[in-house]
Design a protein around this ligand. Structure first.
Ligand code: F6R
Length: 610
């Protein structure tokens, strides 16, 4: 949930570290810091409350020369955002540490260490780690051994970067449950929470596995696995360009990512649909045999990815005629779910590192599922590595904290899954061929839909001063309404709720008055007439309606009813098409309000803690 970077090089590392942090800021941004070992062997440290830009300014005023260093951008879990809780944490001016994750037994360790004479300067769970490493160093262990001894004391999750004054030739890293990569350069090596952080300095990476411990010098990298055996991990070359994570001419990353959706969707479809059918092999060589046995599907995810699952339930039931349940991962993992015979477990995640989703997957592997499938945007993520089957979305890096292109590409992947399951279970060839045709035209359809941007930018004015908004939809569009509400509250801080439109009269109708904007998702489908009656209920009580409707929907714009037209689309892909105006509405309202669109308060992109 935080971002870490480390470097050991022949050249000064402070600027490399800060640039790496800037590229990891999506992981957390309430405080930042770095520690660099000076030529004279002094541990220099700089920490700031606030964003990486503040740290960069402070560094410009007080440069930190040195060729070995570590850095951190934080999303607070234990201890408020403050300078004293910011990383790196140091012990007795000797060694320094950055940490991503949560140490569950920190209270016990803290008590023991306090009794042994350590003084604590923060409220973090992290500080116990550096004191434990310090004690092992003082007992004359080498730095790598000291970190190994320390990790044996820890319960929880961590990715660590550690330096020590007495080991100027060494940067030590370890991971368990939190991601960490090693970047390979020429006579310089790096660590980071994620690949984009290091793209300005290398495109060659080693992905550490859970339990790995690594020792980096300027000329070598050594890795030991959880059993303490020295191992070779494969070196992979990243095809991401340095500017894949740049904002370009857009005002915000979120805006750029909204407009990237036609291309991201096209790439997600590439090689996965044939002339008139979905290519099941896209899910892996054994997938066809697996899909033939599936009698039930469990979809598990968090947040926006969960909303993708809610849409997919409709597709899986109607196209594959298979029982489907959708679960929030943080709840599922603590239940004792009944697993039906021949069930497929599907996890959905942009990052593939979401702690609750990963825990649910790990539980599922013990629970007698027929197989596990990950739908994920990050090829090297834990979720992908730990699932038997994978379908990668190809959204490219998503930097804005509010998920947009990751969501629509998840929908595409889930629709492919529904069709592939349907193929095995009696979906007619005509229906499948029609779906493939519709999918092929989808990128163009999304491009045309984005033309509504200017209208929504103007419409956004009506929401800026509001404290609440209601979103309505029926059928799978209820999930899109939920996603619209999540986007709005997440980046504009306007309270928003979504309801299936038929539920209004069972309570929420009491909220309706002229101050409550009501956003409606109204495609031209079988539920339209029912939806219209629900809208009358709102109108009759003075509610202000903002209806996103298909071109073909007969709905008059009148006093209190604003209708925004989208190009006509096929029912099957309506959830994708109607997602775009939801994203654009949230974006423009937030941009008008001047909130931090890409890094909304209190949030982080990758939720690697429970
Ligand atoms: C909201 C958003 C989050 C994520 C959630 C799960 O815009 O992005 O709700 O969807 O934190 O993250 P992943 O998909 O990485 O598992």
């Amino acid at each position: 949930m935080c971002g870490i970077v480390g470097a050991i090089a022949q050249r000064p590392v402070a600027d490399i570290l800060v640039e790496g942090l800037r590229r990891l800021e999506y992981r957390g941004y309430d405080s930042a810091g770095l520690a660099v070992l000076s030529e004279s062997g002094k541990l220099q440290r700089l920490r700031c409350l606030g964003k990486v830009a503040t740290l960069a300014e402070a560094l410009a005023d007080a440069p930190m020369p040195g060729t070995l260093g570590i850095a951190h951008t934080r999303w607070a879990t234990h201890g408020e955002p403050s300078q004293r809780n910011a990383h790196p944490h140091i012990c007795r001016e000797r060694c320094a540490l950055v940490h991503n994750g949560i140490i569950e037994n920190h209270e016990n360790l803290r008590e023991l260490q306090r009794d042994a004479g350590h003084r604590f300067t923060s409220e973090t769970d992290t500080e116990v780690i550096i004191h434990a490493i310090h004690d092992a160093l003082e007992a004359r262990h080498q730095l790598t051994d000291a970190v190994r001894i320390c990790t044996q004391l820890l319960h929880g999750a961590y990715a660590l970067g550690v330096i020590d004054r007495a080991h100027p030739e060494c940067l030590v890293a370890a991971r368990l449950g939190s991601p960490l990569v090693i970047g390979l350069g020429f006579q310089e090596h790096f660590i980071a929470s994620d690949v984009p952080a290091l793209l300005p300095v290398t495109n060659r990476f080693i992905f550490l596995e859970d339990g790995d411990l690594a020792e980096l010098s300027r000329t070598s990298v050594r890795i030991w696995n959880a059993a303490g055996e020295e191992v070779q991990r494969p070196v992979r070359t990243s095809t991401l360009s340095v500017d894949a994570t740049e904002r370009g001419a857009y005002r915000h990353f979120m805006q750029k990512e909204i407009f990237e959706q036609p291309r991201a969707v096209a790439e997600t479809l590439e090689g996965r649909i044939g002339t008139d059918q979905v290519l099941s092999a896209a899910f892996g060589p054994e997938a066809e045999a697996l899909f033939a046995q599936v009698q039930s599907v469990t979809l598990v995810a968090c947040g926006t990815s969960y909303h993708a699952g809610l849409v997919a339930k409709y597709w899986i039931e109607s196209l594959a005629k298979v029982h489907c349940q959708v679960e929030v991962a943080s709840e599922y993992r603590y239940r004792q779910p009944i697993v039906l015979d021949q069930s497929l477990f599907v996890s959905i995640s942009q990052s593939g590192e979401t702690a609750d989703t990963l825990a649910a997957l790990r539980m599922a592997t013990q629970n007698g599922y027929l197989g596990t499938l990950a739908i994920c945007n990050v090829a090297e993520s834990s979720l992908v590595r730990e699932s038997q089957f994978q379908l990668l979305t190809r959204a490219g890096p998503e930097i804005g904290v509010a998920s947009t292109k990751a969501f629509t590409t998840q929908l595409v992947a889930l629709l492919l899954l529904a069709l592939a399951l349907g193929h095995q279970r009696g979906l007619s060839a005509e229906r499948e061929a029609h779906a493939v045709q519709v999918l092929r035209a989808l990128p163009t359809q999304l491009e045309r839909t984005l033309a509504i941007d200017a209208d929504i930018a103007e419409l956004a004015q009506a929401f800026v001063e509001k404290g609440h908004t209601l979103f309505l939809g029926r059928g799978e569009q209820h999930a899109i309404a939920m996603e619209g509400a999540l986007k709005l509250k997440e980046i504009s801080y306007i309270h928003a709720e979504a309801y299936p439109a038929g539920e209004l009269k069972h309570g929420p109708l009491a909220l309706i008055d002229e101050d409550m904007p009501v956003v409606v998702v109204a495609p031209n489908n079988a539920l339209l007439e029912k939806l219209k009656s629900n809208l009358e209920e709102v109108r009759a009580r003075g509610g202000q309606l903002f209806v996103f409707a298909d071109d073909q929907v007969a709905l008059q714009q009148t006093e209190g009813v604003r209708v925004l037209r989208l190009p006509e689309s096929d029912d099957l892909i309506d959830p994708l098409v109607f997602s775009l105006p939801m994203q654009l509405l949230a974006y423009h309202v937030a941009a008008l309000k001047g909130t931090d669109v890409d890094q909304p308060r209190n949030l982080a992109k990758s939720v690697t803690v429970e």
